[in-house]
Design a binder for this molecule. Structure first.
Ligand code: NAG
Ligand code: NAG
Length: 431
């Protein structure tokens, strides 16, 4: 507990300093739409579509190639682009993406192989980091397949952090270790984002599961080190528009990276409109960089909120009732007290998907919310706040970490603590 307190106090000082990722990343990743069936034409077409659809101008600047871009074996000890699917090579593709005013991201794995069975980077951190730097890579998603339990997870992720640093090229470092081994306790000083859970699927149950597993983690995120709820499924599967709205707004509120995962050649205009909801994106990119969290729940009604720069609040009202029944709309309220605003404070309320002012309210706000849908509002005290210290997790108990190395679920005070606390510089010092 004592160490953790110190960690929380020093959080900002201990965070990774690599000059990028101060705000959650906005961009595109190939995996959710294409899986391993990618090639350079798809990536180029996606770059052009990001521009034509106005996504680049909306802020989505990273174009990230996921698993299955490389040759199945190294050539002279190095990774090279797959000769059949990326015949021009990855450097040429990165140059093309850059020429479109976008940034280029790549994927690898902290084990012997990537999840799709291509060469992983464990043991090759320096050579691979230099290869990517030479290619002009701006973003690395680093997966967690094919690593033995004896090779401690933090060591594997720290090794790549240090290798990237050695290249002198600022690369946004995205840890994809699936939320195992409590990454929120150590990842803030290792990467710019850390996945909170296993992979997302384009279903409502998957979205709710990720949301629930990510609840309570807001306190560990901050500028330069954000929880990653995984890539967006907006426009994929059978998600209704309400579910897509909820998914996108909650990911934005949690300050997750927002990486589009739909096929941009065929995306439905209604899904595209959600991805381009300017004022919802603005919550995600807010200067304060404080992640949102669950602040109230009763029955099927939930309220999620985050503070914004300047004393405002972003609020997502979520209705979990089953759609299609007789009662598909519920009133959901949020009080100023729950938001840390003094009672009686007049505040302007704005609907962020509708981009419409809803009026001035003084103690609470109530809206009708459709089942499997959200209302997203910004609540701004008129005249600002003199003193604003509200954080949604202040009411939560802080506990010590559990150890990833034991099945018993260690508590603070065990020998494994030494390895779990980022404050222990012996573990994290660069070698
Ligand atoms: C490398 O790490 C040092 C120390 O944290 C930092 O000041 C520097 O900006 C880093 N460079 C890159 C390219 O990440
Ligand atoms: C929500 O509250 C308003 C104001 O009290 C009321 O008019 C409306 O019928 C309520 N809606 C539902 C679905 O209960």
């Amino acid at each position: 507990m004592r160490l953790l307190t110190i960690l929380l106090l020093c959080g900002a000082a201990l965070a990774l300093e690599n000059a990028v990722g101060r705000k959650p990343a906005l961009g595109y990743n190939t995996w959710n739409a294409f899986g391993i069936s990618i090639d350079e034409d798809i990536v180029k077409a996606t770059a052009q579509r990001m521009i034509d659809l106005g996504l680049r101008d909306a802020g989505y600047v990273y174009l990230n190639v996921d698993d299955a871009w490389s040759e199945p074996v190294r050539v002279d000890g190095k990774l090279i682009g797959n000769r059949a699917t990326f015949p021009s090579g990855i450097k040429a593709l990165a140059d093309y993406v850059h020429s479109k005013g976008l940034k280029f991201g790549i994927y690898s794995d902290a084990g012997s192989h990537t999840c799709a069975g291509f060469p992983g980077s464990r043991g090759y951190e320096a050579v691979d980091a230099q290869t990517w730097a030479d290619w002009g890579v701006d973003y690395l998603k680093y997966d967690n397949c094919f690593a033995p339990a004896s090779d401690w997870i933090v060591d594997r992720y720290v090794a790549m952090r240090d290798a990237l640093n050695e290249t002198d090229r600022p690369v946004l470092y995205s840890l994809c270790e699936w939320g195992v081994a409590d990454p929120w306790l150590w990842a803030p000083e290792v990467g710019n984002s850390w996945r909170t859970t296993e992979d997302i699927e384009p279903t409502w149950s998957s979205i709710l599961k990720i949301l629930d597993y990510s609840t309570g983690l807001a306190r560990f995120a901050g500028p330069g080190h954000f929880g990653d709820l995984d890539m967006l499924e907006v426009g994929n599967g059978e998600l209704t528009l309400g579910e897509q709205r909820a998914h996108f707004a909650l990911w934005a509120l949690f300050k997750s990276p927002l990486l589009i995962g739909a096929d941009l050649r065929t995306i439905h205009p209604d899904s595209l409109a959600i991805l381009k909801a300017r004022e919802v994106i603005a919550i995600n990119q807010d200067e304060l960089g404080v992640a949102g969290d669950l602040i109230w729940q009763q029955g099927a009604s939930r309220v999620y909120a985050a503070p914004l720069a300047g004393g405002g609040r972003a609020v997502v009202l979520l209705n979990l009732h089953t759609p299609g029944g007789q009662y598909v709309v519920s009133n959901i309220s949020v009080s100023w007290e729950e938001l840390g605003l003094p009672a009686g404070t007049p505040a302007a309320v704005r609907d962020l998907y509708a981009t419409a002012d809803l009026g001035t309210f003084t103690d609470s706000f109530t809206a009708e919310v459709t089942a499997h849908d959200v209302r997203v509002v910004r609540i701004v005290p008129l005249g600002g706040l003199k003193h604003d210290s509200w954080r949604p997790w202040f009411s939560q108990t802080i506990r010590g970490p559990t150890s990833p190395m034991s099945d018993s679920g260690g508590t603070s005070g065990t020998a494994s603590d030494r390895k779990m606390f980022p404050g222990q510089h012996s573990m994290f010092a660069r070698t």
